[in-house]
Design a binder for this molecule. Structure first.
Ligand code: MN
Ligand code: MN
Length: 453
């Protein structure tokens, strides 16, 4: 008997039918990625998918009946999907799946437009953890909303169609980079230099800010925007590229925003597809990348309000419901990258192609800021996955004391709910074009489905 722990390569273990299923599933995921570049777009794409499957809008105060399939759209930026099951929720609780749909990006400042040396620019303020140099010299698209002075909301998405213009941040040529090359990489690129080129043609006969004025005229003609309207706008610059297969064998998908759509999409599809009597609450959260704050982040008490509403409609004590509930906090982790091997501890880091990865704890330093799941709960999930034939692995983010990261797990656990992190290993995480294995995406879907069932 072999008593050692070994990871299993999903591709190596898959028969022809399983390999086909992995590849077919990736096609749906890529469509989701390309139509969901921002948290708002991910929510609206998910709502369309849910409505096609018969899910109905729900608002706090509405009646919930056993068998209902509902969704609560929270301000267009976060989404709560509820399958009200027939099982005893006092005993079984609610199966909660959470992923986030915000990703690192460049937000426009509230007074963004200026002109210098006959070039018009938008100023940006980065959102989430980025390496600033990643965002130079790549095509960027602009997505978001502007609320005009009339109160009318204008939706904007420019740069995704082949015929659209894109936006662009310049870099210094290598010929003149002697000083820059000697700077520390963190000091070499300033946030205040992350300015998008947005125009170059002047209004004829105009002396001052002629290019800026032309950009404003174009925005006004197309959208009715005046400069002051940016005060009430949320515009996000994101990579204009589409999700693409990577490798001769198409083993990977490169895309912006795998963190955390690569967990959000498997969550949605697993929830819809699950053959279950359990009550399932699936959440697409906003603001994870900046601390899960605000009324669309997971620190908001809305989750508590929804659990209370379920308890009330089922005639169950809400405290008992919470205590019986279980949560999978679905967020990505770092896959082992041999090019940067020293950043990882090879025995405990997750490996691409080896399935969805469970992080018993996250945090930094001595597990600080982490939800450290109990051995009992991890043991429970081991059995669920074994019974369902899910290939999964353990995964610690990186070498101890090198850095760290957190997820929404602790905010769910604070409600007296057993919670653990489970997500897809990512290479080049938080870059404009992240890399995942299709095998791991499909493994996440199977794991979330097994959990919901
Ligand atoms: Mn994440
Ligand atoms: Mn992240």
């Amino acid at each position: 008997m072999d008593l050692t722990y070994k990871r299993t390569n999903v591709y190596a273990a898959a028969d022809a039918a399983e390999t086909d299923a992995i590849m077919a599933y990736a096609e749906g995921y890529k469509r989701f990625l390309d139509s969901s570049k921002t948290e708002r777009e991910a929510v609206s794409t998910a709502v369309k998918l849910l409505e096609a499957k018969g899910y109905k809008p729900y608002a706090l105060g509405d009646k919930i009946s056993k068998g209902d399939k509902l969704y609560l759209n929270n301000r267009g930026k976060s989404l709560f999907i509820l399958r009200a099951g027939k099982a005893d929720i006092a005993k079984n609780g609610v199966r909660i799946l959470v992923a986030h749909v915000d990703s690192p990006r460049l937000d426009l400042k509230q007074v963004p437009l200026y002109e210098k040396a006959n070039i018009a620019y938008f100023k940006t303020h980065y959102y989430g953890g980025i390496k600033k140099y990643h965002w130079l010299t790549i095509p960027l698209a602009l997505h978001g909303v502007v609320v005009l002075k009339s109160g009318k909301k204008v939706e904007i998405a420019i740069g995704e169609k082949d015929s659209d213009p894109v936006f662009y941040i310049t870099d210094l040529l290598p010929h003149l980079s002697q000083e820059l090359n000697n700077a520390k990489i963190g000091d070499g690129f300033s946030a205040e230099n992350l300015n998008l080129v947005v125009g170059g043609i002047p209004v004829k006969g105009e002396e001052k800010d002629a290019v800026k004025k032309n950009v404003l005229a174009l925005l006004n003609a197309e959208y009715g925007i005046e400069e002051e309207d940016f005060l009430s706008a949320e515009l996000e610059a994101v990579p204009a590229a589409k999700a693409r297969d990577v490798g001769f064998d198409r083993a990977y998908i490169a895309s912006y925003g795998h963190d955390d759509r690569v967990c959000a999409y498997p969550e949605i599809t697993a929830t819809v597809d699950a053959d279950t009597n359990e009550t399932v609450l699936t959440i697409l959260a906003d603001k994870e990348e900046i601390g899960s704050v605000g009324n669309t982040g997971m620190q908001c008490i809305l989750i508590r309000d929804i659990l209370d509403a379920i308890a009330k409609n089922y005639g169950v004590d809400p405290a008992v419901l919470r205590q019986s509930s279980k949560c999978v906090s679905a967020d990505v982790t770092a896959g082992f990258d041999p090019a940067y091997a020293s950043a990882f501890e090879e025995m405990n880091v997750s490996l691409v192609h080896h399935g969805v990865a469970m992080s018993k704890f996250t945090g930094r330093g001595g597990k600080s800021g982490s939800n450290d799941a109990s051995a009992e709960y991890v043991g429970y999930l081991r059995k669920v996955f074994k019974d369902a034939g899910v290939i999964w692995q353990t995964g610690e983010l990186g070498r101890v004391d090198l850095g760290g990261g957190g997820t929404v797990a602790l905010f769910i656990a604070n409600n007296n709910i057993d919670t653990v992190d489970l997500g897809v290993p990512v290479l080049s995480m938080h870059s404009p074009d992240e890399l995942v294995s299709k095998a791991d995406v499909y493994s996440a879907y199977k794991a979330f489905k097994a959990f919901a069932e």
